[in-house]
Design a protein around this ligand. Structure first.
Ligand SMILES: NC(=O)c1ccc[n+]([C@@H]2O[C@H](COP(=O)([O-])OP(=O)(O)OC[C@H]3O[C@@H](n4cnc5c(N)ncnc54)[C@H](OP(=O)(O)O)[C@@H]3O)[C@@H](O)[C@H]2O)c1
Length: 335
């Protein structure tokens, strides 16, 4: 098959959602696509549309992956991109989910990507240093909530796999990119109807947006990316700020040292004090108490800078107050 110099991309989970959107985006960018999933009718239609190819494959079955990879490698000895997007939801806690589904979540979301990487490694090495692996993990790979514990656990494993192989394969000229989407409206994850919180529903994005971020990560060599970036926002009045202080829901009862900060540099915030009343709405709405608010606005920032450089606040208008916070921090450390 003549590729006219086009790069070859293998996309798993290409029969719907993020994988399908990624395949379309890559085809537009001039890649030659090999689509993989279980539903042949979907794959055949998309492959025809994108002038690509497909291999039916169940990523939970190691032999199925090896067979599909061998067939692809025979046609394309060099693989420039393996994108692991095959995945299924969990939506139940460890005590409720049935045994088979729990195993399936782990075998699809974690082991599926492992078998694919191992089976396509020869092709990726042949294309190195122009070789990439993209693992579609999730924000759920970085935080865990009770209602989707088994899914989160599988995604945590997949995240560790992705980070570990990024380090392991870099010397071999293969770049591994980790993509952590938030809520994306897809067939398997119908977030707009499944999410009960109106606040979270506002954060739902399209698979195309994830596909664009992946294309950007490949071209600009981003190693790990959250899509959308919303999750690390620390806007003055963002209710998500309160999560940092919530010992009841954070793992190990942790209280994170969030800093009021990211409004700095915003074009519409020339003076940080302008947005302080907005930030105080978190207290007025019962999301933070006064002590949390004091730490968010001042104490955490003083400890962050002052513990690195005790003179950091010398000569500023808050020198005295900062010294008090640092003195009490030292006292606490001695205890
Ligand atoms: N949507 C979200 O909110 C969201 C957020 C964060 C991360 N993610 C992750 O993004 C990835 C893609 O999910 P999506 O949202 O695009 O869902 P989706 O539309 O349901 O797509 C899932 C894809 O995985 C394939 N698949 C499932 N089990 C498979 C198996 N055993 N072997 C081969 N292919 C299999 C499905 O195809 P067949 O059924 O034809 O096999 C389908 O193409 C998943 O890893 C998911 O965990 C999704």
């Amino acid at each position: 098959m003549s590729l006219d110099g086009r790069r070859v991309a293998v996309v798993t989970g290409a029969s719907s959602g993020i994988g399908e959107a990624l395949a379309r985006r890559l085809a537009r960018d001039g890649w030659h696509l090999v689509l993989m999933a279980r539903r042949e009718d979907r794959l055949a239609a998309l492959a025809t549309e994108l002038h690509g190819e497909y291999e039916v494959c169940d990523v939970t079955e190691r032999e199925s992956v090896e067979r599909a990879a061998a067939a692809v490698l025979e046609r394309h000895p060099r693989i420039n991109l393996l994108a692991n997007s095959a995945g299924i939801p969990g939506r139940k806690g460890f005590t409720e989910i049935d045994d088979e589904h729990l195993e399936r979540v782990l075998r699809t979301n974690y082991l599926g990507g492992v078998w694919c990487l191992r089976s396509f490694l020869r092709g990726l090495e042949a294309a190195a240093p122009a070789a990439h692996v993209v693992n579609i993990v999730s924000v759920a790979g970085t935080v865990a909530f009770a209602p989707s514990g088994p899914y989160s656990a599988a995604k945590h494993a997949q995240l560790a796999f992705s980070r570990a192989t990024a380090a392991e394969l870099q010397p071999r000229g293969i770049r591994v990119h980790t993509i952590n989407p938030g809520f994306v409206e897809t067939e398997g994850f119908p977030q707009r109807t499944a999410l009960r919180s109106a606040f979270f529903r506002r954060a739902v994005i399209t698979p195309d947006r994830v596909a664009d971020a992946i294309a950007d990560a490949i071209e600009n060599n981003h190693r790990e990316l959250f899509v959308p970036r919303f999750y690390f926002g620390c806007e003055a009045d963002d209710p998500v700020n309160a999560w940092a202080f919530n010992r009841r829901t954070n793992p190990l009862g942790a209280r994170l040292n969030a800093l009021f900060s990211s409004d700095i540099g915003h074009f519409d915030v020339p003076d940080m004090t302008d947005v302080v009343p907005e930030a105080y709405e978190l207290v007025e709405h019962g999301l933070l108490n006064d002590e949390d608010f004091r730490d968010f606005m001042f104490g955490n920032a003083v400890r962050f800078w002052g513990e690195v450089n005790p003179d950091f606040f010398k000569g500023t208008v808050v020198e005295k107050q900062a010294a008090e916070v640092l003195a009490s921090a030292k006292g606490a450390a001695r205890v």
